[in-house]
Design a protein around this ligand. Structure first.
Ligand SMILES: Cc1cc2nc3c(=O)[nH]c(=O)nc-3n(C[C@H](O)[C@H](O)[C@H](O)COP(=O)(O)OP(=O)(O)OC[C@H]3O[C@@H](n4cnc5c(N)ncnc54)[C@H](O)[C@@H]3O)c2cc1C
Length: 348
């Protein structure tokens, strides 16, 4: 990989993409078709954003033309698709500051002191740095990531284990349904007998309870028992105040995510409820040359779906081309019929 670095150590690039989630990854493709080279930075130590971090093994059914793909499967497919454009990844680093030094030209700095000099910036930072909400249980910290998990990275680690899934939303119900077939025993704990999850998931869960395949406890986990990070039981307080001790090997609380916008808030961009406002023609922010795509942006009618982010990067790239190549006319082409695009993709 040939990385251009200037005298003061700045890495020079056409485009800097902040966030390597599905939308940031597909931005590499759309920019690449227009000869715009990209570097990507992500706080996480892997690519794929929410898909890889929060639900790698869960199915996604609404990617156009792909009836079924898992979060990790989609990430892998996107990585394969952008290979011809040779993006450079800087993982485990957070973009901290952005400074305009030209029209447009930016100096962008990471928390590790890496500096980029880039013509355009594409913010694809999702919800910012996302963190699971910790349940209010005293002494939970020593068990975290050994027997208390806020995300399922590898389902196999829960095979033949006694599991406690806690929560009443989509994640809790989805993981109840997905883990039940491999768990030794699974108990779902929720504070009331009313669930916010998709009705279909709730019906499936209730059918499993009725058939005796899983247990449902109404109440709250108030204490944990175990040693050296290994859970042996959880104490559940029922709504009548009665305490029940449930033996378990692992607990999976799904209390939602706290989206911490993080440094994005300090970049002088117009925000609305912690999201970056953009127009729907170019997905440009209030700062010319800085775009925002995917879950991080907002506009009238915005839906936080991957397919919407894919649409946004296609339109964003058209405007980005005008900044990166102000003297070049952009001719719209199909990948199906354009030999020049096919050459870029390495298929012609
Ligand atoms: C359980 C679950 C199921 C879902 N199912 C579906 C579904 O079926 N279909 C669908 O379309 N959508 C689904 N979604 C939503 C979908 O995952 C999101 O819409 C999508 O991930 C948004 O992609 P993104 O690239 O915009 O952001 P993200 O995937 O959030 O990625 C953003 C990346 O930016 C990084 N980042 C943030 N701030 C910085 C910074 N300052 N510096 C460097 N990096 C930074 C983060 O670490 C992260 O990796 C689901 C979400 C969840 C939680």
């Amino acid at each position: 990989m040939n990385i251009r670095v200037d005298v003061d150590g700045a890495i020079k690039t056409d485009a800097l993409i902040i966030g390597a989630g599905p939308v940031g990854l597909f931005a590499v493709f759309e920019l690449g078709l227009l000869d715009i080279k990209a570097h990507l930075v992500d706080i996480l130590d892997k690519v794929g954003g929410q898909c890889a971090e929060l639900y790698p093994e869960k199915p996604i059914y609404d990617i156009p033309g792909i009836p079924y793909v898992t979060g990790q499967g989609l990430t892998d497919a996107l990585m394969e698709q952008i290979k011809p454009f040779g993006p450079t990844f800087h993982l485990g680093e957070m973009i901290e500051s952005i400074e305009r030094i030209g029209d447009p030209l930016f100096r962008v700095t990471t928390d590790r002191g890496k500096i980029f000099e880039t013509k355009i910036i594409v913010i694809a930072a999702g919800g910012g740095s996302f963190q699971p909400k910790r349940p209010p249980i005293q002494g939970i910290e020593p068990y975290e990531n050994t027997s208390v998990f806020y995300a399922v990275r590898r389902m196999e680690q829960f095979r033949d284990r006694r599991l406690l899934v806690v929560g009443g939303g989509d994640s809790a119900l989805d993981w109840t349904l997905n883990l039940q077939p491999i768990a030794k025993r699974l108990t779902l704990v929720h504070r009331r007998d009313d669930f916010r999850a998709a009705p279909d998931s709730v019906n499936k869960m209730r059918a499993l309870v009725a058939s005796g395949a899983i247990d449902l406890r109404i109440g709250q986990v108030t204490a944990l028992e175990g040693a050296d990070g290994q859970l042996t039981a959880a104490v559940v307080k029922g709504n009548d105040g009665a305490l029940t001790t449930l033996e378990c090997d692992a607990m999976l609380p799904f209390f939602g995510l706290t989206m911490k916008l993080g440094p994005v808030a300090n970049w002088g961009l117009n925000l609305e409820e912690n999201l970056v406002t953009v127009d729907t023609e170019k997905f440009e922010t209030s700062e010319p040359g800085i775009f925002a795509v995917g879950d991080i942006n907002t506009y009238p009618g915005k839906i936080k779906l991957i397919l919407c982010g894919f649409h946004e990067v296609a339109l964003m790239s058209q405007k980005a081309h005008r900044y990166v190549f102000p003297d070049k006319r952009l001719v719209f082409q199909y990948t199906t019929s354009s030999t020049s695009l096919q050459k870029k993709l390495g298929v012609a």
